[in-house]
Design a binder for this molecule. Structure first.
Ligand SMILES: Cc1cc2nc3c(=O)[nH]c(=O)nc-3n(C[C@H](O)[C@H](O)[C@H](O)COP(=O)(O)O)c2cc1C
Length: 189
């Protein structure tokens, strides 16, 4: 029997029941139904300090990050995952600070064999208050994910984004919930 795919979901909103988390939960449900094992990580609940650019992870590739915080427990999960799903609200025309801080710390996943995320699949979920992805500044967030993942050869399997302001409002957007479920299924394959 084929091994279960491992999907790791990174939740970048401080709202546990916010719009991006709701879409991520739809994706998780579909991924589980498709046979994947799914773990969700609420970044706001962790202590993740900003990268200090000490460069010790780059000087000695494979050594990892010298900052001893909750990112240390996340590194093995990131290495072990087949696919990642990054869900974030748009804050000031980009991803949330929680998500960006997490992403910066992934710099330390470089090793002599290349970056540990290379070859994995990724999905992106974004929610924002403005009526469309351009006026929201969501395009900047998408571009950041695209450029960062392109740099380390992570294949973006799909992006799901839409308008919702108050926490939970996204539940009214059935087509978007379906898009999130389809993304979860794609990440499980
Ligand atoms: C600090 C902050 C900054 C925000 N900046 C933007 C923005 O630049 N563009 C936008 O369309 N919405 C912005 N919003 C609205 C959120 O993106 C929107 O409420 C989103 O649905 C929140 O997702 P969540 O429920 O997953 O946290 C901002 C909200 C906050 C709290």
């Amino acid at each position: 029997m084929a091994e279960k795919k491992k999907l790791l979901i990174l939740l970048g909103s401080p709202r546990k029941r916010g719009n991006s988390a709701i879409l991520a939960a739809e994706a998780a449900k579909a991924a589980r139904a498709a046979g994947a094992s799914v773990e969700s990580v609420y970044l706001q609940g962790l202590s993740i300090r900003a990268c200090t650019a000490c460069d010790s992870c780059q000087r000695k590739l494979g050594r990892g990050c010298v900052i001893k915080d909750d990112m240390q427990a996340l590194y093995p999960k990131l290495k072990g995952a087949d696919a990642l799903l990054l869900a974030s609200p748009v804050y000031w025309a980009n991803m949330s600070a929680q998500m960006k801080t997490f992403l910066d710390r992934c710099y330390a996943l470089a090793s002599p064999k290349g970056h540990a995320l290379t070859g994995k699949k990724a999905g992106i979920i974004l929610t924002y208050g403005a009526p469309d992805v351009f006026s929201a500044g969501g395009v900047n967030a998408l571009r950041c994910f695209q450029d960062a993942f392109n740099f380390i050869d992570v294949k973006i399997a799909g992006t799901v984004y839409g308008t919702a302001w108050k926490a939970g409002e996204v539940r009214k957007n059935r087509p978007l919930l379906k898009e999130a479920a389809d993304l979860g299924k794609a990440l499980a394959s």
